[in-house]
Design a protein around this ligand. Structure first.
Ligand code: NI
Length: 146
Protein backbone atom coordinates (compact mmCIF):
# COMPACT_ATOMS: atom_id res chain seq x y z
CA UNK A 1 0.00 0.00 0.00
CA UNK A 2 1.27 3.43 -0.98
CA UNK A 3 0.14 6.74 0.50
CA UNK A 4 0.04 9.75 -1.80
CA UNK A 5 -0.51 13.27 -0.43
CA UNK A 6 -1.43 16.59 -2.01
CA UNK A 7 -1.02 19.85 -0.05
CA UNK A 8 -3.05 22.94 -0.94
CA UNK A 9 -3.43 26.23 0.94
CA UNK A 10 -6.52 28.35 1.30
CA UNK A 11 -7.48 31.42 3.29
CA UNK A 12 -10.81 31.85 5.01
CA UNK A 13 -12.59 33.62 7.83
CA UNK A 14 -14.68 32.07 10.56
CA UNK A 15 -16.21 32.77 13.92
CA UNK A 16 -16.41 30.02 16.51
CA UNK A 17 -19.58 30.22 18.57
CA UNK A 18 -22.59 28.12 19.44
CA UNK A 19 -25.86 30.01 18.87
CA UNK A 20 -27.57 27.94 21.58
CA UNK A 21 -25.20 29.24 24.29
CA UNK A 22 -25.19 32.63 25.99
CA UNK A 23 -22.77 35.35 24.89
CA UNK A 24 -20.95 34.93 28.19
CA UNK A 25 -20.48 31.18 27.72
CA UNK A 26 -19.42 31.64 24.11
CA UNK A 27 -16.79 34.13 25.27
CA UNK A 28 -15.57 31.74 27.93
CA UNK A 29 -15.36 28.76 25.57
CA UNK A 30 -14.20 30.35 22.33
CA UNK A 31 -12.45 33.51 23.65
CA UNK A 32 -10.82 35.44 20.75
CA UNK A 33 -12.17 32.92 18.22
CA UNK A 34 -15.65 34.22 19.07
CA UNK A 35 -14.83 37.70 17.70
CA UNK A 36 -18.19 38.96 16.41
CA UNK A 37 -17.09 39.75 12.85
CA UNK A 38 -14.83 36.73 12.56
CA UNK A 39 -11.10 36.32 12.07
CA UNK A 40 -8.95 34.70 9.41
CA UNK A 41 -6.61 31.77 8.94
CA UNK A 42 -4.22 30.64 6.26
CA UNK A 43 -5.14 26.98 6.22
CA UNK A 44 -3.01 24.18 4.80
CA UNK A 45 -4.99 21.16 3.64
CA UNK A 46 -3.30 17.80 3.11
CA UNK A 47 -5.25 15.04 1.39
CA UNK A 48 -3.79 11.51 1.50
CA UNK A 49 -4.96 8.74 -0.82
CA UNK A 50 -3.98 5.11 -0.24
CA UNK A 51 -3.73 2.40 -2.85
CA UNK A 52 -1.49 0.29 -5.01
CA UNK A 53 0.15 1.72 -8.11
CA UNK A 54 -1.79 1.13 -11.30
CA UNK A 55 0.48 -1.24 -13.30
CA UNK A 56 -0.20 0.74 -16.47
CA UNK A 57 0.80 4.15 -15.04
CA UNK A 58 2.74 3.52 -11.84
CA UNK A 59 0.37 5.96 -10.13
CA UNK A 60 -1.92 5.35 -7.14
CA UNK A 61 -3.73 8.46 -8.36
CA UNK A 62 -2.46 11.06 -10.78
CA UNK A 63 -1.59 14.01 -8.50
CA UNK A 64 -2.80 16.44 -11.14
CA UNK A 65 -6.20 14.75 -11.01
CA UNK A 66 -6.19 14.75 -7.21
CA UNK A 67 -5.35 18.46 -7.20
CA UNK A 68 -8.20 19.18 -9.60
CA UNK A 69 -10.69 17.28 -7.41
CA UNK A 70 -9.56 19.12 -4.26
CA UNK A 71 -9.75 22.51 -5.97
CA UNK A 72 -13.13 21.88 -7.62
CA UNK A 73 -14.82 20.28 -4.62
CA UNK A 74 -13.28 22.15 -1.67
CA UNK A 75 -10.90 25.02 -2.36
CA UNK A 76 -13.09 26.84 -4.87
CA UNK A 77 -15.89 26.82 -2.28
CA UNK A 78 -13.96 27.87 0.84
CA UNK A 79 -11.05 30.04 -0.32
CA UNK A 80 -11.54 33.72 0.63
CA UNK A 81 -14.95 32.90 2.10
CA UNK A 82 -16.54 33.29 5.53
CA UNK A 83 -17.00 29.69 6.59
CA UNK A 84 -20.01 30.43 8.83
CA UNK A 85 -22.06 32.04 6.09
CA UNK A 86 -20.70 31.56 2.57
CA UNK A 87 -20.31 27.79 2.14
CA UNK A 88 -23.38 25.67 1.43
CA UNK A 89 -21.95 22.40 2.72
CA UNK A 90 -20.90 24.03 6.02
CA UNK A 91 -24.24 25.68 6.74
CA UNK A 92 -25.11 25.41 10.45
CA UNK A 93 -21.82 23.74 11.37
CA UNK A 94 -19.43 25.27 13.91
CA UNK A 95 -16.43 25.75 11.59
CA UNK A 96 -13.69 24.36 13.83
CA UNK A 97 -10.82 22.58 12.10
CA UNK A 98 -12.28 19.34 13.47
CA UNK A 99 -15.66 19.88 11.86
CA UNK A 100 -14.07 21.09 8.62
CA UNK A 101 -12.13 17.86 8.05
CA UNK A 102 -15.26 15.76 8.65
CA UNK A 103 -17.22 17.92 6.20
CA UNK A 104 -14.43 17.77 3.60
CA UNK A 105 -14.25 13.98 3.95
CA UNK A 106 -17.94 13.52 3.16
CA UNK A 107 -17.45 15.36 -0.12
CA UNK A 108 -14.10 13.94 -1.19
CA UNK A 109 -14.58 10.26 -0.39
CA UNK A 110 -16.96 9.74 -3.32
CA UNK A 111 -14.99 11.90 -5.75
CA UNK A 112 -11.70 10.03 -5.36
CA UNK A 113 -12.11 6.93 -7.51
CA UNK A 114 -8.46 5.87 -7.87
CA UNK A 115 -7.19 4.56 -4.53
CA UNK A 116 -9.15 5.43 -1.41
CA UNK A 117 -9.24 8.58 0.66
CA UNK A 118 -7.05 7.68 3.65
CA UNK A 119 -6.42 10.83 5.69
CA UNK A 120 -7.27 14.51 5.79
CA UNK A 121 -4.94 16.77 7.72
CA UNK A 122 -5.78 20.44 8.15
CA UNK A 123 -3.37 23.00 9.59
CA UNK A 124 -5.15 25.99 11.07
CA UNK A 125 -1.84 27.56 12.10
CA UNK A 126 1.74 26.43 11.47
CA UNK A 127 1.76 24.69 14.82
CA UNK A 128 -1.77 23.31 15.05
CA UNK A 129 -3.44 20.71 12.91
CA UNK A 130 -6.17 18.10 13.06
CA UNK A 131 -6.24 14.72 11.30
CA UNK A 132 -9.19 12.59 10.31
CA UNK A 133 -9.23 9.03 8.99
CA UNK A 134 -12.93 8.81 8.18
CA UNK A 135 -14.45 7.03 11.17
CA UNK A 136 -18.15 8.02 11.21
CA UNK A 137 -18.90 11.12 13.29
CA UNK A 138 -22.15 13.07 13.53
CA UNK A 139 -21.72 16.84 13.58
CA UNK A 140 -24.59 18.88 15.04
CA UNK A 141 -26.19 21.48 12.81
CA UNK A 142 -27.18 24.80 14.43
CA UNK A 143 -29.22 27.77 13.35
CA UNK A 144 -26.67 30.58 12.99
CA UNK A 145 -29.31 33.12 12.09
CA UNK A 146 -30.38 33.34 15.76
NI1 NI B 1 -9.98 30.56 14.21
Amino acid sequence: MIYVTKKIEFSAAHRLFNPELTDKLNDEIFDKCNNYNGHGHNYLLEITVAGNPNPKTGYVIDLKKLKKIIINEIISKVDHKHLNYDVDFLRGIIPSAENLVVSFWKILENKITEGNLYKIRLYETQNSYVEYFGAPIDIPVYDFSK
